[in-house]
Design a protein around this ligand. Structure first.
Ligand code: FAD
Length: 246
């Protein structure tokens, strides 16, 4: 029975595109109507499958950007020479169908019962599953203290900027801008390194749970830095988006 349920979840189905929202010039959120959605947890992802007219198929994974009680949404960054992301960010329109399966993953997830403090560290589009956690925290009434350290190239590349600017009580957001900073910028202006983590991360004695997401090299540097600071490896959860990105 349980096995059938798991396999059932992973069946491909066609979702409808409800809405597309431009987050930055390169990033778009796609809100989906998934008729047979079993529900998801904050941090999980799904698979998208595109099929060309000649039958060629490409599959990619995308984190779920929305809280469990919201319509399923993904947020995709366009890689100009990529196969799938240009289609999702430029071609797809409301009313179109999109083949997907999910939700997938039971490790990189946060439930309100997990409590806090939470340390969220994002590189680029790695903020997507962390945004689902932030929304879930707020919508579930959790008061877990959260710090989000978010690395972007420029201010214009910050995804969900307005939403993050209006962060809920108990949520601290620090942006680091690695390539270009606007005049008067007083925040950090470099890649996340051990020193930045040391300044910003919860002290180890607070027993924080860390979620780190972004390009593989980013995730590896940050996770190693946290372990060096004294975070137990089991309290540092990681999600790697691949070699792409910053
Ligand atoms: C769990 C998970 C969650 C993810 N969530 C998100 C998300 O929320 N948002 C998001 O935007 N992305 C996310 N990703 C990344 C996503 O799955 C895709 O990898 C991304 O969108 C790029 O896909 P693409 O088809 O556009 O590019 P691809 O065609 O896969 O190309 C990616 C890059 O690799 C290069 N490349 C391709 N093939 C080769 C090759 N053979 N040799 C060398 N270089 C090559 C290309 O030049 C391009 O720059 C996630 C990945 C994982 C694993």
């Amino acid at each position: 029975m349980a096995r059938a349920a798991v396999l059932g979840r992973l069946t491909w189905q066609v979702a409808g595109v409800e809405q597309v929202v431009d987050e930055t010039p390169r990033v778009r959120t796609i809100v989906l109507d998934v008729p047979d959605w079993p529900g998801h947890r904050a941090g999980q992802h799904l698979d998208i499958r595109l099929t060309a007219e000649d039958g060629y198929r490409a599959e990619r994974e995308y984190s779920i950007a929305s809280a469990p009680d919201e319509p399923v949404a993904i947020t995709v960054e366009r890689l100009d020479d990529g196969e799938v992301s240009p289609y999702l960010t430029e071609e797809l329109r409301p009313g179109d169908g999109l083949e997907l399966r999910g939700p997938i993953g039971g490790y990189f997830v946060w439930d309100p019962e997990d409590g806090g403090p939470l340390l969220l560290v994002a590189g680029g589009s790695g903020v997507v599953p962390l945004r689902a956690m932030l929304r879930h925290r707020q919508r579930s009434g959790s008061d877990a203290p959260v710090r989000l350290l978010y690395s972007s190239r420029t201010l214009g590349d910050v995804i969900y900027r307005r939403e993050l600017d209006q962060a809920a009580d108990g949520v601290e957001v620090v942006h680091t801008l690695t390539r270009e900073q606007p005049p008067g910028w007083t925040g950090p202006a470099r890649r996340v390194d051990a020193e930045l983590l040391g300044e910003f991360a919860w002290p180890t004695e607070d027993g924080a749970l860390a979620f780190v997401c972004g390009p593989t090299s980013f995730v590896e540097t940050v996770a190693a830095g946290l372990v060096e600071l004294g975070y137990p490896p089991a309290r540092v959860k990681t999600e790697r988006f691949g070699a792409t990105g910053r």
